[in-house]
Design a protein around this ligand. Structure first.
Ligand code: ADP
Length: 169
């Protein structure tokens, strides 16, 4: 039986923190669906097509290293419904700190109330990636800072292009 995990997120942009979770989750499942969804609390910078293109490029070296079928998807329905449609047994989420814990446990309990056949699995952020968040990356880039140490090259380029586009008259 193929065990499928479902890793949902905004990935705006994907960071080394996300890639760390993907690499580690890929060791737990036969198949991992990394899915770009819409977070109603967040305003986006990159469009979903760009987020997926950046993810595709960033996943290439990981796919070579792990024995897991990593697929990309997008969804605009409930996360549990998207996970179920993907045939997943579990939703994967990352935990960085107490703020994540409070939010993520609430989400997991809500998702379990909506569909108790899909478990949520939490992976603790690796120490080196713990402080990275996409929102912080967007803020640093907006202020002209170098985000190269936090995100893969394709992500840094896409963020730069999106900011230049937004700044154009
Ligand atoms: P969402 O809008 O769904 O929170 P994000 O792309 O911000 O989407 O995050 C997706 C998941 O990845 C969340 O579970 C988040 O806690 C986790 N995550 C984000 N950054 C990191 C990181 N640096 N280390 C570990 N997990 C992370």
């Amino acid at each position: 039986m193929t065990r499928t995990g479902f890793y949902p997120g905004s990935f705006d942009p994907v960071t080394y923190g996300h890639l760390d979770i993907i690499t580690r989750a890929a060791r737990l499942f036969d198949k991992l669906v990394v899915a770009v969804g819409r977070n109603h609390d967040k305003t986006g910078l990159l469009d979903v097509d760009t987020r997926l293109q950046v993810l595709e490029a960033a996943l290439a070296p990981i796919r070579e290293r792990v024995d897991c079928d990593i697929q990309l998807a997008r969804y605009s329905i409930l996360t549990v419904d998207a996970a179920k449609a993907a045939g997943a047994v579990a939703i994967v989420r990352g935990l960085r700190d107490g703020g994540d814990f409070t939010y993520e446990v609430r989400m997991a309990q809500t998702n379990a109330a909506l569909n108790d056949t899909i478990e949520t699995v939490f992976l603790a952020a690796s120490p080196a990636a713990r402080m990275i968040s996409s929102s912080l990356i967007r803020q640093i880039a907006e202020m002209g800072g170098d985000i190269g140490q936090f995100v893969p090259m394709e992500a840094a380029e896409a963020v730069k292009a999106a900011l230049a586009r937004d700044a154009a008259p």
